[in-house]
Design a protein around this ligand. Structure first.
Ligand code: CMC
Length: 431
């Protein structure tokens, strides 16, 4: 933390308290209120953490007004164009771009861990045949702590490292298995001669009766989806991972908690919800009705794939994703299906509409990723698992950073209690 001399003064009742202000390397100053309760006897109230920094971090930075996303200082568009997912994983985990030797070593380490314990197959079989892949992945990721006991001791740096590599390597295998299970097809084992993205596509789309030949354009688009979703500051699922980890829980359990949080439609579930919404809208002439519903205060409906807590200009991930969408749709010769027409028209209308402009609601990454994944042949139920797969490295990097932070404490928010005060128990016959 930068030890600045700046302070903030807070006066209330008969007290005047002074708090240090820290200047980050980027972003707004932060007031350190850790002594507020001890010195002032009051808590702060900030539901949804709209103004609260929960930790110090050196991993990812977002400037929501500029529409900027940096991984370890590198802009996301440069990484999406020039780098690839495994290099981005190294960057997020260790803080710097790898040398050629480091990259080769890292790729070899990850590749060596792509298979899951054969006994884990039985775990999959416990799920209903039509279970949502997110339900399966959440369960199986948590169950990894039952299979890989030798990497659950969080006090041992070597075990932390092995757990990280295992999760990055195995989450595509687990996700593809969850998909295969949900469609009743046999599992496809990983192939280590393929790159990370091609291997995942093959595990999803090959069947024993027919080999799958990864297309370089589709593999590249898949790899970009992984890269664009790899980390995103202290969002809901990342904060969940940190909170779970703050109690000393093992890394597999913490990442499983993150996956569960990601599932919600306001977070990672938005890509599935977005494509389902486009299909529900159905035809371009229905769009005005849905736009009107999105604006109606009495209607809970929201345009999925629009808006972001932090980006108030544009989502830089969406920009790259839109380019990828064009490449993929062009390759697959999809230029005129009804869902795509609805997506294009909705994007146009929303970008011109006063309601969306004034509230700074732009298409987010999920708006375009759903269109690409659909074109590639993924069912909507796989959209959020693919987000989880991509974000695993971000969660692990943040978890590792937290474990190594000497100021880290168990997360324990306070509350503004508005319930009943102490009252005596009344026997049932007297109520
Ligand atoms: N459609 C219609 N109105 C919206 C939308 C939307 N998608 N998003 C926000 N608004 C309105 C909202 O009604 C509110 O209006 P008012 O000020 O009149 O009450 C205003 O915009 C601000 O909304 P908010 O809920 O206070 O904003 P937030 O920062 O809490 O929510 C959000 C951010 C992403 C949850 C929200 O924009 C949303 O629900 N979007 C749709 C879901 C979605 O696409 N989520 C994916 C986010 S990107 C992937 C990820 O990083 O997880």
């Amino acid at each position: 933390m930068m030890a600045d001399k700046k302070t903030a003064t807070l006066s209330f009742a008969d007290k005047t308290l002074e708090f240090p202000i820290y200047s980050p390397t980027a972003g707004p100053d932060v007031i350190d209120i850790r002594k507020l309760y001890a010195d002032g006897g009051v808590f702060t109230y900030d539901p949804g953490f709209t103004s609260t920094a929960s930790c110090e971090s050196k991993i990812t930075f977002i400037d929501g007004d500029k529409g900027e996303l940096l991984y370890r200082g590198y802009p996301i568009d440069q990484l999406a164009e020039k780098s690839h997912f495994l290099e981005v994983c190294f960057l997020l985990l260790y803080g710097n771009l790898p040398s050629a030797v480091e990259l080769e070593d890292f790729e070899a380490r990850v590749t060596k861990h792509t298979m899951v314990h054969e006994q884990m197959m039985y775990f999959f079989r416990g799920f209903r045949r039509d279970a949502h892949p997110m339900a399966i992945i959440t369960g199986v990721m948590g169950a990894m702590s039952a299979f890989y006991h030798d990497s659950t001791d969080i006090t041992d740096p070597w075990q932390r490292e092995v757990a990280a590599i295992r999760m990055i390597a195995k989450v595509p295998t687990i996700s593809a298995m969850a998909y295969k299970y949900s469609v009743g097809q046999p599992f496809v084992y990983p192939r280590n001669d393929l790159d990370f993205a091609s291997n995942f596509l093959r595990m999803c789309f090959a069947v024993p009766a027919e080999e799958y030949e990864p297309n370089p354009i589709l593999s590249r688009a898949m790899d970009r989806i992984f890269t664009l979703h790899a980390d995103h500051e202290q969002n809901a699922s990342t904060s969940t991972v940190r909170l779970a980890g703050s109690s000393g829980a093992n890394p597999f359990a913490c990442i499983a908690a993150g996956i569960a949080c990601l599932w919600g439609p306001a977070h990672g579930g938005a890509n599935q919800a977005c494509l389902e919404m486009l299909r529900e809208i159905g035809t371009v002439d229905q769009i005005p009705e849905y736009i009107a519903r999105a604006k109606d205060k009495d209607d809970p409906f929201r345009l999925m794939g629009f808006g972001h807590r932090v980006y108030k200009n544009f989502d830089p991930r969406a920009k790259v994703m839109k380019e990828s969408a064009d490449e993929v749709l062009d390759l697959l010769g999809i230029d005129n299906n009804e869902t795509l027409k609805v997506a294009k028209e909705l994007e146009k209308i929303a970008l011109e509409d006063e309601y969306f402009i004034s509230k700074k609601l732009y298409p987010n990454v999920d708006f375009y990723s759903g269109v690409i994944l659909d074109a590639m042949g993924f069912p909507t139920s796989m959209f959020t698992p693919i987000f989880a797969l991509s974000r695993t490295v971000g969660w692990i990097s943040q978890w590792k950073e937290m474990i190594g932070d000497p100021t880290q404490k168990i997360g324990r928010p306070r509350q503004l209690y508005q319930g009943a005060t102490m009252r005596d128990y009344v026997d049932v016959e007297d109520r």
